[in-house]
Design a protein around this ligand. Structure first.
Ligand code: C2E
Ligand code: CA
Ligand code: CA
Length: 694
C-alpha cells in the first residue's frame, strides 16, 4: 500500500509519480470520485469533492467503511445497490442529497466493480469505484418537460377540438375529441398517415402544410369512419424536439358553419318566395353564358317574362293568393324550359329565362310560345280558377347586344312593346325600341353581326425609307365588308365599335389576321418586313394586351420582331403603372411600339422619355400643307428633332407629293408612308408588291 494515506496506491494502477498525477486529475474533474477495496469496503482513495460530499477531509475518509462514510440512514438506502455491485455488476442509481445549506441536489451514482487477476489468471473483484455526478440541472429540465407534457395532455383532454400529434405526417397521438370527431379509436389512428383520413380533394393542401410546416389555419374535409365527410378547419404548429420536430394540429369541426354559409349563399342568390335564382344570380349566370356563347360562337336568347294584370290579382284576392300564383308560375316556367336553360325571378311578377344555345331566332320564338301557353293555362288559387297571360320580350346574342345588362334591357324593352301591342304575346327586340337614333342603332346592329361573321378585311400600306425608297414595313388598316354598302373605312365604324364594346373583338381579329397573313408571306419566301397594327386606346387600357399579343404571336408562329403596335398619344396620356408595365412587357416580348398621330394629342413630352418606344409617327395633318405652310414645316422640323433627341425613329404620315419627300430628306426624317408612295392595298396586291421586290 502507499506511503501516505492521502497517496494510496490502487491495486493494479501502479506506483510513484503516477499517483501524484492521479490525485491532481481526480481533484480537477467535476465528478465525485472514490475507491473502496473489497472485501471490507474501506476507502482507499477519494477526491476532494467526494470527501466534501461526505462531510470529511480526504485524510479522515481513507480507511473508513462506506457505512461510516455515508452514515447509517444512507447506508440502508444504498445497500441494495452495493450488494449488486459486490456481485460484480456495474450499478447506476439516482439519489436526492440535501446539502448542509438545505438545498436539495439530484445525484447520479455509478458503482463500478474493479477486477484483478489472481495467480492462475482468474479475475476476482478487488474493489469498486464510486462515481457521483450532480445532475440537478438536467433533472430539473426533464421535470419541466414532464410537467409541460402533463399540462398539454390535460389541455388536450379538456378541449372539444380534435388534437393530433404527428411527425412528418404519421400520427403519433391524438386526444379523445379527435377520436369522437373521426370515429376512429386511437389505435386505428396512431402509426397511420394523416392523409389516409383526408378527402382526396384536399391531399395536395395537407402535403403543402405538412412539408412546409405552415402554421396558418386552413379548411379541409376529412372522412369519418362511417364514410361521411366532415368539414374542418385545421391549424398546425411545429414543436421542436430533440428527436425531430413534431406537429400539433388542432382540428375544428366547421360543418355547421359551412352549412350556414351555404344557406346564406343560397339566400343571397335566390328569391325566398319561389326559390328561383334572383337578379344577382341571373347577372352572373348571364355573364358566363355570354362568354361561352362568344367562345363557341353560339346564339343565346334572353326572355323577359311579365305577368299581365298581376296587380289586380294581388289587390282583389290578397297577397297570399298573389304569392301562391307566383310560386305556381315559377314552377311552370321551370318545368317548361330545357335542362341547360336558366330561369330567374327579377322582380314582383317579372321573370327571365336564359337560353344559352339556340339555333336561330325561330327556336327562341318557339320556346316563348310554349311558355306563353303553359303560363296562360288556368290557375286554381284557393279554389278560385284564374286565367292569366304573360307578355314576353326576347333579345338575342349577338345581334341585339353583347353585354348582360344590354341584352336584359333590350328584352325588357321588347316586353313593353309586346304589352303595348296587345297583351299575352311575345316580341323580339328591334333597334329603336329603346328610343335611340335609329341610324346608329342600325349601324351597331349590323356591326355586331359583322363581328359575329368576321366580315372584315385588312389592307396594307407600305412604309419606306426616305433616302432609298426601301420597304421597311406595312401598316395594317381594317375595313368592314358591308353586305350592301361594300367596303367601309375605319373612321366610320371604329368610333361606334369603341362606344358599344365591340372594339375588343374587332381588335382581336385584326391582330390575329395581320400576324397570320404576314407569317404566311414569310413562309412563301417573300421579303420579311414587320406589320404594324393599330390599337385603340380603349383596347390598350382595358385588356391584358401584352399577354394577348404574346398568345397571338405564339399561335400564329410570327416572330415578335415582325410585329409593331401603333398607339395614339392619348393612350399614353394616362400615366399609370399599367401603361408602363404594358409597354415594358411589349419591349420584353420584342414587339415594336409606335406613337401614332403624334402632335394632335395633349403632348406631354415627359412620357416619351419614360416609356420604351420605337417610332414617332408625325400626324398627316402637318404634312398636308407642307412645304408651302411655314408653320407646318416648323412643326415637322421640331418633331423630327425631338424624335432624334429621344432616339426614336420619326415617320412621316400622309406623304403625297415629291416636294414633301424632298422636305423630309432635308429634315432627316428617315421613314415615310402615304399615297405618294403607295395607297393601302388589299392582301392580294400587297403580295404582288412584295413579290416584285423579291
Ligand atoms: P391612322 O393610323 O393614322 O392610319 C392612317 C390613315 O391615313 C389610313 O386611313 C390611311 O388610309 C390614311 N392615309 C395614308 N396615307 C395617306 C395620304 O397620303 N393621304 C391621306 N389623306 N390619307 C392617307 P384609314 O385606313 O381610313 O384609317 C383611319 C384610321 O382608322 C387610322 O388612322 C387608325 O387610327 C384607324 N384604324 C385603322 N385600322 C385600325 C385597326 O385595325 N384598329 C384600330 N383600333 N384602329 C384602326
Ligand atoms: Ca396608325
Ligand atoms: Ca396616324
Amino acid at each position: 500500500m502507499g506511503t501516505s494515506p492521502t497517496h494510496p496506491s490502487l491495486p493494479g494502477l501502479g506506483q510513484g509519480g503516477g499517483t501524484a498525477l492521479l490525485r491532481l486529475l481526480a481533484d480537477a474533474v467535476p465528478v465525485l470520485l472514490a475507491y473502496y477495496e473489497v472485501p471490507g469496503l474501506r476507502c482507499v482513495f477519494a477526491n476532494q469533492r467526494y470527501a466534501q460530499y461526505s462531510g470529511m477531509a480526504v485524510d479522515a475518509l481513507i480507511g473508513k467503511t462506506v457505512r461510516d462514510a455515508v452514515g447509517e440512514r444512507a447506508w440502508q438506502q444504498i445497500l441494495p445497490y452495493v450488494e449488486r455491485a459486490l456481485q460484480g455488476e456495474a450499478v447506476q442509481y439516482t439519489r436526492e442529497h440535501v446539502q448542509d445549506d438545505g438545498e436539495a441536489r439530484m445525484m447520479e451514482i455509478t458503482l463500478m466493480p474493479h477486477f484483478d487477476r489472481d495467480g492462475d489468471g482468474q479475475p476476482h473483484m478487488v474493489g469498486a469505484f464510486v462515481l457521483i455526478n450532480d445532475i440537478t440541472h438536467h433533472w430539473a429540465a426533464e421535470r419541466a418537460v414532464r410537467q409541460s407534457e402533463e399540462r398539454m395532455r390535460k389541455f388536450a383532454e379538456a378541449t372539444e377540438e380534435g388534437i393530433v400529434f404527428h411527425r412528418e405526417g404519421i400520427i403519433l397521438d391524438g386526444n379523445e375529441a379527435l377520436q369522437r370527431l373521426t370515429g376512429y379509436p386511437l389505435d386505428e389512428l396512431v402509426g397511420h398517415p394523416i392523409i389516409d383520413f383526408v378527402e382526396p380533394g384536399h391531399h395536395e393542401a395537407v402535403r403543402e402544410y405538412v412539408q412546409h410546416g405552415r402554421e396558418d389555419p386552413y379548411e379541409l374535409a376529412i372522412r369519418h369512419k362511417d364514410g361521411h365527410t366532415i368539414q374542418i378547419e385545421a391549424v398546425g404548429k411545429t414543436m421542436p424536439q430533440a428527436g425531430g420536430a413534431y406537429r400539433v394540429v388542432v382540428a375544428r369541426d366547421i360543418t355547421a358553419r359551412k352549412q350556414a354559409q351555404a344557406r346564406a349563399d343560397f339566400l343571397a342568390g335566390h328569391d325566398t318566395l319561389t326559390q328561383l335564382p334572383n337578379r344577382r344570380s341571373l347577372m352572373q349566370q348571364l355573364a358566363r353564358t355570354l362568354a361561352d356563347a362568344q367562345h363557341w360562337r353560339r346564339r343565346a336568347a334572353v326572355l323577359f317574362i311579365d305577368l299581365d294584370h298581376f296587380k289586380t290579382v294581388n289587390e282583389s284576392l290578397g297577397h297570399e293568393a298573389g304569392d301562391q300564383l307566383l310560386c305556381e308560375m315559377a314552377r311552370r316556367l321551370q318545368g317548361s324550359v330545357e335542362a341547360g336553360d336558366f330561369v330567374a325571378r327579377v322582380g314582383g311578377d317579372q321573370f327571365v329565362a336564359v337560353l344559352p344555345d339556340i339555333r336561330n331566332r325561330t327556336a327562341a320564338a318557339t320556346l316563348a310560345d310554349t311558355l306563353l301557353e303553359r303560363v296562360r293555362a288556368v290557375y286554381a288559387i284557393d279554389g278560385t280558377p284564374l286565367s292569366l297571360s304573360p307578355s314576353i320580350g326576347i333579345s338575342v346574342f349577338p345581334e341585339d347586344g353583347y353585354a348582360p345588362d344590354e341584352l336584359l334591357r333590350r328584352a325588357d324593352a321588347a316586353m313593353h312593346r309586346a304589352k303595348e301591342s296587345g297583351r299575352g304575346t311575345r316580341q323580339f327586340y328591334a333597334p329603336g325600341m329603346e328610343g335611340q337614333p335609329t341610324e346608329i342603332l342600325q349601324l351597331e346592329h349590323q356591326l355586331r353581326e359583322a363581328v359575329f361573321q368576321e366580315a372584315f378585311v385588312l389592307h396594307y400600306q407600305p412604309q419606306v425609307e426616305v433616302s432609298s425608297g426601301r420597304l421597311v414595313g406595312f401598316e395594317a388598316l381594317v375595313r368592314w365588308q358591308h353586305p350592301q354598302r361594300g367596303l367601309i373605312g375605319p373612321d366610320e365604324f371604329i368610333p361606334v365599335a369603341e362606344s358599344r364594346g365591340l372594339i375588343t373583338p374587332i381588335g382581336r381579329w385584326v391582330l390575329r389576321e395581320a400576324c397570320r397573313q404576314v407569317k404566311a408571306w414569310h413562309d412563301e419566301g417573300l421579303p420579311r418586313v414587320p406589320v404594324a397594327v393599330n390599337l385603340s386606346p380603349l383596347e390598350f387600357r382595358q385588356r391584358d394586351v401584352a399577354a394577348e399579343i404574346a398568345a397571338v404571336l405564339h399561335a400564329t408562329g410570327l416572330e415578335p420582331r415582325y410585329l409593331e403596335i401603333e398607339i395614339t398619344e392619348s393612350a399614353l396620356m394616362w400615366h399609370t403603372d399599367q401603361t408602363r408595365e404594358t409597354l415594358q412587357a411589349l419591349q420584353h416580348l420584342g414587339v415594336g411600339v409606335a406613337v401614332d398621330d403624334f402632335g394632335t394629342g395633349y403632348s406631354s413630352l415627359a412620357y416619351l422619355k419614360r416609356y420604351p418606344l420605337d417610332k414617332l409617327k408625325i400626324d398627316r395633318s402637318f404634312l398636308t400643307e407642307a412645304p408651302a405652310n411655314g408653320d407646318d414645316v416648323a412643326i415637322v422640323t421640331a418633331i423630327v428633332q425631338l424624335a432624334h433627341s429621344l432616339q426614336l425613329q420619326p415617320v412621316a404620315e400622309g406623304v403625297e407629293t415629291a416636294e414633301q419627300i424632298d422636305l423630309l430628306r432635308r429634315l432627316g426624317c428617315g421613314l415615310a408612308q402615304g399615297f405618294g408612295i403607295s395607297q393601302p392595298m388589299d392582301a392580294e396586291r400587297t403580295r404582288a408588291w412584295l413579290q416584285a421586290l423579291a
